[in-house]
Design a protein around this ligand. Structure first.
Ligand SMILES: NC(=O)c1ccc[n+]([C@@H]2O[C@H](COP(=O)([O-])OP(=O)(O)OC[C@H]3O[C@@H](n4cnc5c(N)ncnc54)[C@H](O)[C@@H]3O)[C@@H](O)[C@H]2O)c1
Length: 353
């Protein structure tokens, strides 16, 4: 097919990738022109953050270990105040999307540069999208101030991510690439990245399931996460991300698991309206049907495939469907109430699409 018209923006961002690349941290802080870094983490990753602070020596302002899911505004304000009190001139976020999200919330108000060290495959480090929760409502927005200036991808740091979380986090990444392939603002560069990212994760996840410390597989998965995160940061998402946002926000379902369960059904919903994207996803996974290939990748690697198994009540499906239809947004297939209700039922039951 000849190349169609497109608009392509490239964001100024530095990526340092490779096993052991954490050793370059001090050099990278210096390259940002910063002198004192506040290290951010969740309570669970305190030990990793302390290792980072030790590596920085006098250039570490301290460790703030209270990152949690959904970035409560109180936590963001507290972290920003701590950064100010300690005289930090940059923040290092080591962890998954929740920790990167806290870094973004600090950057939004203060303009502090963020250096991200991702340890999951969520991809937030490659996007200018932030989310902050105030009075129980998660507000999301887009601002290039929050895009981490530097990202250090060190696959060794993801070895400790439990296999179950690795598989769901990897499929969360695949979701960004899959929807990027049928985005209204898709472009050929993102298509290449999306297909390569899905392929890298498709081969990495079964290998990680076989051995969590398979260095090659951890590298492949993080490389895939980088590519898929870049797609998320560059083009618009559609029905799948809308459904997951609704399900996570309204019913407090876990982020990566929800993406894993919903994706095959969202792809099946859009299949006939986005045949080119489906062909690329299927090819990347070495299969003939994109939706089934994603379902099989999850099921065969021990991930949950039914919303009922992660705490969703069947009686909430009607409300979820109504929320998903509240605002119109671009999607290859028009939003049809009965078909979306059926999609949610299938995802709740865990049927293979
Ligand atoms: N703004 C964006 O562009 C964007 C993109 C993707 C995700 N997100 C957000 O990120 C959040 C989800 O991020 P997530 O899925 O990475 O989970 P997470 O950051 O909430 O991490 C889940 C748990 O895993 C732990 N963990 C992370 N890496 C580990 C490792 N290597 N070893 C052991 N434990 C580890 C964390 O400390 C935490 O306890 C959601 O709130 C989502 O909305 C935002």
């Amino acid at each position: 097919m000849p190349v169609q018209s497109f608009v392509y923006n490239s964001a100024p961002q530095r990526v340092v990738f490779g096993a052991g690349s954490l050793q370059h941290l001090a050099r990278e802080i210096d390259a940002l022109g910063a002198r004192r870094a506040l290290v951010l983490c969740t309570p669970e990753q305190r030990a990793q953050a302390e290792r980072v602070a030790d590596m920085l020596g006098a250039h570490a302002a301290g460790v703030f270990d209270r990152a949690v899911m959904h970035v409560p505004i109180e936590t963001a304000r507290e972290a920003r105040d701590v950064a100010q009190r300690l005289g930090a001139d940059c923040a290092v976020a080591i962890g998954g999307g929740s920790t990167t999200g806290l870094g973004k919330a600090i950057a939004l108000d203060s303009g502090l540069p963020i250096l991200a060290i991702p340890t999951t495959y969520a991809g937030s480090e490659m996007t200018p999208i932030y989310g902050i929760t105030e009075a129980g409502m998660k507000k999301t927005g887009k601002d290039f101030k929050v895009l981490p200036r530097t990202v250090i991808y060190d696959p060794e740091l993801s070895m400790s991510l439990p296999v179950g979380m690795s598989v769901t986090s990897g499929i969360n990444a695949i979701a960004h690439a899959a929807e990027g392939l049928y985005a209204t603002d898709a472009n050929p560069i993102m298509d290449l990245m999306a297909q390569e990212g899905i392929a890298a994760l498709g081969r990495a996840l079964p290998a990680i399931r076989a051995s969590a410390e398979d260095a090659g597989a951890r590298s492949d998965a993080l490389y895939g996460a980088w590519l898929c995160g870049t797609v998320l940061g560059n083009v618009g998402m559609a029905l799948h991300h809308k459904l997951c946002h609704t399900l996570g926000g309204s019913f407090n379902l876990p982020h990566a698991e929800t993406h894993t369960i919903v994706l095959p059904h969202a792809l099946a919903y859009n299949a006939a309206a986005a045949s080119g994207a489906m062909a690329r996803i299927a090819k990347a996974l070495g299969a003939s049907n994109a939706a089934q290939a994603v379902f099989d990748l999850a099921r065969d690697n021990g991930a949950p495939v039914a919303l009922r198994d992660i705490g969703m009540k069947e009686s909430d499906l009607d409300v979820a469907c109504a929320h998903a239809l509240q605002n119109q947004y671009p999607n290859p297939r028009p939003l049809e109430r009965d078909a979306i209700r059926a999609l949610l039922q299938n995802a709740w039951e865990g049927v293979r699409p």
